[in-house]
Design a protein around this ligand. Structure first.
Ligand code: GTP
Length: 480
């Protein structure tokens, strides 16, 4: 029963879990890469620091002060890397420029690649001069940071891309980065991030819920019901904080359960109470069964009669389908089988008169329940719909129950709407649910006409009927 609906929902749960996880994995990967990049930055900083130490130790204060101030920047973090990239753009130098050798010593060259000059030719000269002097004087450079706008090299030219950060800032950045990367080294990536950070976003659910909506529509779920389920699930999930992967499935399942339960729970009459009350008052409960041809009305009335006989009541059946050939014989046969009284007239008689006689019989014999069969009719057949209204006027049934065939899906929902408009339906019995894989009608019908499903027909035997409980259906389609 409802296997297809169950599949759709479990597919949705799986897809949302996958979607959230894959997004998260990507984020974790990106984070990991950033962490690696930061680590590389830290390494460069350390190299630079070593160089700085070496430089300082070989520096002669007098030489340095007199000759030049080389503005340098140690790239120590992702943040600095961004600034560096920006600086590269500004200076018009590309990576290859940076990587090209600028001096005799390879290592020195690569380290000097962090120097920036405003004018390539002028700066190259300046740098050459600087480096020459450095080698001549045995001085590497005076590693000094300064604001780029005021920094000048030895020849007096202004450097425009010296990345402004003080030594203390550099070391702080570097410390931060070390701390950050150190932390990430300690943490398991991916799942840990998932465990601490993930909040479900619209992006995580939109596509999957759109797919679900289409699948529900294909499965004969009424449009308004499909829309409401999707809306409710989305509202429930988006913004939820997720601690672990399994939470996604759990929350999605809960969200679907809530959405479906809200759809299925519809206020309506309590048959059991009404019958008990009829017993107390001696005034029979009159139920009229309506629906189109062949949905299983006759069989269903027999099942209900059998059910209440077993509960200790004495129902009476009114054979008010005087229209269809063989209908009176058919219901008489069932009545005999389940052991209840039937009131019948000949074919073509007034259905309202048959119903009236059945009610009089029930009153006279103190029977609690009158079950009125009616001819199956298309909801579009005005004459037959009017005939049904006549029964209503004459016997004033307490309840009108719509009997619909679950296998007809959306048609059953539309029929219910029309019968509700015509006579005011109080409750629904869905037949052939045993053969219904789609579940569209079961999910939609009560919500669409705002009347509850009271029973499900689940086979051809008299005992094949069950009271309908929304919780049961929710379990059917979303149980583990
Ligand atoms: N599998 C299954 N078959 C059912 C169920 N209810 C009724 N049927 C079958 O559906 C067929 C039609 O049932 P009827 O009770 O004759 O239908 P009806 O609505 O009275 O037909 P009309 O008198 O033309 O209105 C019969 O073969 C029933 O056995 C059910 O819950 N499950």
């Amino acid at each position: 029963m409802f296997e297809s609906l169950k599949k759709k929902f479990s597919g949705t749960i799986g897809k949302i879990s996958d979607q959230v996880s894959s997004e998260e994995e990507e984020a974790a990967k990106e984070k990991e890469e950033k962490a690696k990049a930061a680590l590389t930055g830290v390494k460069l900083t350390e190299d630079k620091a070593i160089e700085k130490t070496e430089t300082s130790s070989s520096e002669t204060p007098g030489d340095t002060g007199a000759k030049k101030e080389l503005k340098t920047k140690t790239i120590s973090s992702g943040k600095d890397q961004k600034v560096k990239d920006k600086a590269d753009k500004t200076s018009g130098k590309d990576e290859s420029d940076e990587k090209s050798p600028k001096g005799e010593d390879g290592e020195k060259k690569s380290r000097f690649s962090f120097f920036r000059r405003k004018s390539d030719s002028k700066d190259e000269d300046s740098k050459k001069t600087s480096e020459d002097e450095i080698s001549k004087d045995g001085i590497n450079s005076k590693l000094k940071t300064a604001d780029s706008s005021t920094a000048t090299d030895v020849s007096g030219s202004t450097t425009d891309s010296v990345i402004g950060a003080t030594d203390s800032e550099k070391s702080t950045d570097s410390e931060k980065d070390k701390g950050k990367s150190g932390k990430e080294e300690d943490e398991p990536s991916g799942l840990f991030t998932f465990a601490t950070h993930k909040t479900i976003s619209e992006k995580d659910v939109d596509d999957v819920l759109f797919e679900l909506e289409l699948a529900l529509l294909e499965g004969d779920v009424a449009m308004e019901v499909a829309e409401q389920i999707v809306k409710s699930v989305k509202e429930d999930l988006v913004g939820r904080k997720i601690k672990r992967r399994s939470d996604v499935a759990k929350f999605t399942r809960e969200a679907l359960k809530k959405a479906i339960s809200d759809i299925l729970v519809v206020d309506g009459p309590n048959l059991e109470e009404l019958v008990q009350n009829a017993k107390k008052t001696g005034e029979p409960l009159k139920i009229m069964f309506v629906g189109v041809n062949g949905t299983g009305k006759t069989t269903t009335i027999s099942k209900i009669a059998d059910h209440y006989v077993k509960e200790g009541y004495s129902p009476v059946i009114a054979a008010s389908d005087t229209f269809r050939a063989g209908a009176i014989e058919q219901i008489s046969h069932h009545a005999e089988k389940v052991g209840v009284k039937i009131i019948r007239h000949q074919k073509g008689a007034d259905p309202a008169a048959v119903a009236y006689d059945a009610v009089e019989h029930a009153k006279a014999k103190k029977k609690e329940l009158v079950l009125i069969d009616t001819a199956g009719r298309m909801q579009t057949n005005i004459n037959l719909m009017d005939e049904m209204k006549k029964i209503q006027r004459v016997v004033k049934p307490d309840l009108a129950i719509f009997v619909g065939d679950a296998l007809t899906g959306n048609d059953a929902v539309e029929q219910a709407r029309k019968f509700d408009d015509a006579v005011g339906v109080d409750g629904i019995i869905l037949t052939k649910a045993d053969a219904d894989a789609k579940g569209g009608a079961a999910l939609s019908i009560g919500h669409v006409i705002n009347k509850p499903i009271l029973f499900l027909g689940v086979g051809q035997g008299y005992g094949d009927i069950m009271e309908f409980h929304p919780d049961w259906m929710v379990e059917q389609v979303l149980g583990d």
